[in-house]
Ligand binder design. Structure first.
Ligand code: ADP
Ligand code: MG
Length: 464
């Protein structure tokens, strides 16, 4: 058993357990080694080890056996701080245990060896729809654009380029478009795949000398979606091929939808001609979540869980707490909620604030992000387009002094630094100068709408 075998097993599991389960439970497993028939995985918490073992242990074991390795047991352990394994915490699954009820159907779905001549692409997940996409300020533009493309009709912007940080809903929106198009026009050939899969298919076609097929297939689709296109940056021949496919489809007026983790112009090692092609259509970004969106997502998901776990009570205030504390992305938020419900049903308790704090300690700690004075200075100078060095330098002109005061104010608000410490970080200024700056901004906040808006914007950006 190697890392690589596990990679393959893991991929198979994705098809079996579904994307959400996969992301929340399988992906975090870290293969540690195979010794005397025991495959060991590291898990972040005991609870997780327990849960994975109960729910997926048999499937993991079965799949590993199917690769031809002699595995008789899988174990999930929390690594000790030093890297050593805490033995007593390990949870094990033995081969002799009866296989879970749904397991036998699994082998039938083992990844088939695909030939290049099939329609390329990954399956569309029917659960990612517009109906269950929660719309808020940070994603309303992206959502509207996606909706429009999902309606079909004449191609108005090509490509649609969606970008934003991880877990903000890019893949969800792409699947939603595909699902919508499929419902409206079942005959449409909609192909969704990750840029990585595109490259993989390309390399495979090269190797098998089936480039003609490859080209023909990709040029015959009606709608092409390529997810996480930043992946092909630096991969020259793949970029080249992507560019030709892209152009061929645009020439035929076929809709293309692309996602990436950043704007086209900001993807390093991407050819300029591709960048400019990508910018030709509509480029929209998904902003970091805000509190309202997070709460909306949680409320929507809880409705689903109520069906799945009837009778589980959730104390008022818990969702608000989570929306407030978990500020990273929707995926983390979802994962946290899933764990919370799983845990509560396991121990048969109501979901209270204490339970949430207990069960999600690691998630809460991880998103307990500390904003630093340096970050504040950087963000504020970027916002006002001044030099970072001026932020801490001696200049007193208003165009620089005001942003400096804003940064001081934000430092006081968002960090636990004292006034003298803040002063020191601002080029060794006196604490009374900082105090004056903070007061000044407090005063102006009530009088100057623009300034108040800027402050709010900066605060959000810093806390995101
Ligand atoms: P990305 O592709 O941007 O990394 P995903 O589309 O995979 O993010 O989203 C991560 C998870 O969060 C998915 O399970 C998705 O359904 C969910 N999600 C993201 N945004 C929303 C939203 N606005 N409403 C409901 N679920 C969302
Ligand atoms: Mg994605």
């Amino acid at each position: 058993m190697t890392e690589e075998t596990w990679g393959r097993v893991r991929e198979e599991l994705l098809g079996v357990v579904g994307r959400n389960n996969y992301t929340n439970w399988i992906e975090p497993l870290e293969f540690s080694g195979l010794e005397e028939g025991v495959a060991t995985f590291f898990v972040p918490t005991n609870f997780m080890g327990d849960w994975v073992s109960r729910n997926f242990g048999d499937q993991i074991l079965q799949r590993m056996v199917a690769t031809g390795k002699s595995v008789s047991r899988v174990e999930f352990t929390v690594p000790a701080r030093g890297g050593a394994v805490v033995k007593p915490a390990a949870v094990r699954v033995d081969a002799v245990r009866p296989v879970a009820g749904n397991a036998p159907t699994l082998s039938a779905r083992a990844a088939p060896a695909r030939s290049v001549s099939e329609l390329p692409g990954a399956p569309i997940d029917p659960r990612f729809t517009f109906d269950n996409f929660v719309v808020g300020k940070p994603n309303e533009l992206a959502h509207a654009a996606a909706r429009r493309v999902g309606e079909g009709g004449p191609v108005t912007f090509n490509p649609l380029f969606l970008y934003g940080g991880v877990g903000l809903g890019k893949t969800h929106l792409m699947h939603a478009i595909a699902n919508e198009l499929k419902t409206r026009s079942p005959e449409l050939r909609v192909v969704y795949l990750s840029a990585e899969q595109f490259m993989y298919r390309f390399v495979q076609a090269l190797r098998d000398k089936q480039m003609m097929d490859f080209k023909q297939i990709f040029r015959s689709v009606d709608v092409l979606m390529v997810d996480d296109v930043q992946f092909i940056a630096g991969k020259d021949s793949t970029q080249e091929e992507f560019f030709h496919t892209f152009n061929a489809l645009v020439d035929q007026n076929k809709q293309i939808i692309i996602s990436a983790d950043r704007a086209p112009g900001e993807i390093k090692d991407l050819e300029d001609r591709i960048k400019s092609r990508l910018q030709c259509g509509l480029v929209v970004d998904l902003h970091p979540t805000d509190y309202e969106l997070r709460l909306g997502v949680l409320q929507t998901k809880v409705e689903n869980y109520r069906v799945q776990y009837p009778g589980l009570e959730i104390t008022p205030g818990v969702l608000e707490f989570l929306a407030h504390r978990i500020t990273t992305n929707v995926r983390v938020l979802e994962g946290a909620l899933m764990r919370l419900f799983a845990f509560a049903s396991l121990v048969g308790r109501e979901i209270t604030l204490e339970l949430a704090q207990d069960c999600l300690a690691d998630v809460l700690r991880a998103s307990d992000r500390k904003v630093t004075i340096e970050e504040i200075q950087r963000k504020v100078s970027e916002h006002y387009n001044i030099r970072l060095s001026d932020m801490i330098g001696p200049k007193r002109v208003r165009a620089i002094a005001r942003p400096r005061q804003m940064a001081m104010y934000l430092s006081k608000q968002l960090t636990s630094r004292s006034l003298p410490e803040i002063g020191r970080r601002f080029g060794g200024r006196d604490h009374t100068t900082v105090m004056h700056g903070v007061k000044k901004i407090e005063e102006l906040k009530g009088l100057d709408n623009q300034l108040a808006e800027d402050l709010e914007l900066l605060r959000r950006a810093l806390e995101a």
